[in-house]
Design a protein around this ligand. Structure first.
Ligand code: SAH
Length: 229
């Protein structure tokens, strides 16, 4: 998979992409992530990429020309499955959307700033808009990093134990059952006896019960959907 991220703050990705699973996925060439500084595509002598909104209103708006120039330059060398704009009013990211996107080959992620971007970018240059939640961030970078993490960990071979992504919360419409590790007893707080029993069949039933019970309590809307299936 190849992910090209268009941003005015490439340094914001230093943290999320230089540690842990994403770092390893890049090293093992499961994913190639390229950061593109939008200012490099500005024709303005001060590398400006924003301007005042027509008809006033508070805040600056990202201009179409540098974005168009950047996307065109990328498209000249690669075929993209989607050009995704990170947007607070986009499609809400959930596990099933991450699963779908993880099957794609080449993606462009566009990070907005200020008051947002010129609407014509969304109309003519973007193929998909994704929100990571119903709240507003200062820029699209953190959202792009969240989206990238959620899809890269699904690429086969990225996680050591491939089944571990499949057994995560949401993959089967359920949240995960609780997990425990040593010591068996801590300050008198005990690990459930069943997990120490060695009876694999019973343990599987227990885990499923726990996952169902948790989903019903914490994500009732998911549980209702599951019951209707
Ligand atoms: N004025 C806009 C908000 C702009 S926030 C509005 O009211 O809708 C600035 C940028 O941050 C956006 O262009 C977008 O790229 C990013 N952003 C903010 N919140 C986001 C969210 N929940 N999910 C994805 N991207 C978000």
């Amino acid at each position: 998979m190849r992910i090209d991220i268009i941003t005015i703050f490439p340094e914001m990705f230093d943290g999320p992409f230089t540690a842990s699973i994403i770092k390893r996925a890049i090293e093992k060439k499961h994913v190639e992530i390229n950061l593109h500084n939008l200012r490099d595509y500005s024709t303005d002598k001060h590398k400006k990429v924003d301007d005042y909104a027509f008809a006033g209103g508070a805040g600056m708006v990202m201009q179409i020309e540098p974005v168009d120039r950047c996307i065109s330059a990328l498209k000249a060398e690669c075929q993209y499955d989607e050009v995704i704009y990170m947007s607070p009013d986009g499609l809400l990211l959930d596990q099933s959307l991450s699963n779908k996107i993880s099957l794609k080959q080449n993606l462009i992620l566009l990070c907005g700033h200020y008051k947002g971007i010129d609407e014509r970018i969304r109309e003519h240059l973007v193929s998909l808009e994704i929100s990571i939640g119903n709240y507003v961030l200062s820029g699209g970078e953190l959202a792009a990093a969240v989206l990238t993490d959620s899809i890269v960990r699904l690429i086969p071979g990225v996680l050591n134990d491939e089944t571990s992504a499949l057994s995560d919360s949401y993959q089967h419409g359920l949240v995960s059952p609780p997990t425990y590790t040593r010591p068996r007893s801590y300050k008198g707080w005990e690990v459930p006896e069943i997990l120490l029993s060695g009876n694999e069949a019973k343990i599987e039933v227990w885990k499923l019960d726990q996952a169902m019970e948790r989903t019903a309590r914490r994500r009732p809307e998911l549980y209702d959907k599951l019951k209707k299936k």
